[in-house]
Design a protein around this ligand. Structure first.
Ligand SMILES: *Cc1c(COP(=O)(O)O)cnc(C)c1O
Length: 359
């Protein structure tokens, strides 16, 4: 018999990423349809001169750039190879066998994955109207709870919690439970009652906010994310991370991306328009579209008969459109569709109207 991994490792169901498009459009991973900033492309090209040197292990210039952009203190920021790595580091630093994390029923799968890596259990709290239930989460807290993960806005539901609700959640949590506010889609939200949680992460000992360069900045391929929070939590993450966890190219790209506010504004503006257009058009076809504040929509189909999510998925695929099947999120009747370029969204509308035509 060969070497044996830990039993909790063998229980992990590998994460299945959104399929890549062989042809047509990939609308399965919430990527930026506008690509990424031309200024980033320039900086990356010049960065290729320096591949033989190790990157700055502390991502110092990048952390300063983030701090300046958002008015934060750089020593309260840590960068990671995507926010996924930050979640993994949190699990390494805070979770062991027998511990619990809490997340919403349809919460982001990566939280569960990193908990399992540490042998911790995930407690999933049912949503109300496809939205995270604060009272439900508070009622689920036990002595074993170490981390509460809230994606706000949430993926794959697209819904969000107003800042008052986040404050209420925090106020009800024990001081030794870490509240992680995953604000991966924050830049897309246009709601007066929304906040990413930056302010809370700056003032409480048990709140951490995470952000990513994968969505609005369009740099998913480079793997870059960051977290902001209390000094003690940042210190713990720094102790367990690899000494060179963020590549040089990711660091210089991140700095350039933050400077290009024009690209961010353009991306947010485009998303706002197309999100509204797609949501309305699909609702008009008789489909249930949950109200989204992010760069994707969750669409509900019938649970049996000719108009199921499975059949819609297959029909879209035949027509060169790859969307996300969300069975693994316990949403078997739904599909998640990322906002694409205008032509892609046009095709989604026309293919789904063909699909629904006989109804
Ligand atoms: C896309 C996404 C992220 C970003 O992950 P990265 O590892 O930074 O690419 C984080 N949280 C949620 C909920 C997401 O959907």
């Amino acid at each position: 018999m060969g070497p044996k991994p830990l039993p909790n490792v063998l229980e992990i169901k590998p994460y299945v990423p959104g399929l890549a498009a062989e042809k047509g459009y990939k609308l399965s991973s919430n990527e930026n349809p506008l690509g990424y900033s031309p200024a980033v492309r320039e900086v990356l090209a010049s960065g290729l001169d320096h591949m033989e040197t190790y990157p700055d292990g502390g991502s110092n210039l990048l952390r300063s750039a983030i701090a300046e952009r958002y008015g934060l203190s750089a020593d309260r920021i840590v960068c990671g190879a995507g926010s996924d790595e930050i979640f993994q580091l949190l699990a390494r630093a805070y979770l062991s066998a027998g511990d619990e994390i809490i997340q919403s029923e349809h919460g982001f799968l990566v939280y569960q994955l990193v908990a399992q890596q540490s042998g911790a259990k995930t407690v999933s709290v049912p949503d109300i109207d496809m939205t995270t239930d604060v009272d439900g989460i508070l009622a689920a807290v036990t002595e074993k709870t170490k981390i509460v993960f809230v994606a706000n806005p949430n993926n794959p539901t697209g819904t969000y919690l107003p800042f008052d609700e986040i404050k209420r959640l925090h106020a009800g949590l024990p001081e030794d439970v870490l509240l992680v506010l995953d604000a991966a889609y924050a830049e897309y939200v246009v709601k007066n009652d929304y906040a990413s949680g930056m302010e809370m992460a700056g003032s409480f000992e048990n709140v951490l906010m995470t952000r990513t360069f994968s969505k609005i900045h369009g740099l998913a391929a480079l793997r870059l994310g960051w977290a902001y929070g209390p000094a003690a939590v940042i210190d713990a993450i720094n102790r367990v991370r690899g000494p060179f966890n963020v590549s040089y190219l990711a660091q210089i790209a991140g700095i350039a991306a933050l400077k290009d506010e024009g690209f961010m504004d353009k991306s947010a503006e485009f998303n706002k328009r197309e999100l509204a257009r797609l949501s309305e058009a699909l609702s008009n076809l008789g489909l249930t579209v949950f109200p989204s504040v992010a760069n994707f929509i969750l669409v509900e189909f019938q649970s049996s008969g000719d108009y199921t999510a499975d059949k819609a998925y297959a029909f879209l695929r035949e027509n060169g459109l790859i969307v996300r099947d969300v069975k693994s999120y316990n949403l078997p009747d739904c599909l998640r569709i990322s906002i694409g370029v205008k032509e892609a969204n046009d095709q989604i509308i026309s293919v789904l109207s063909q699909f629904m035509a006989g109804r």
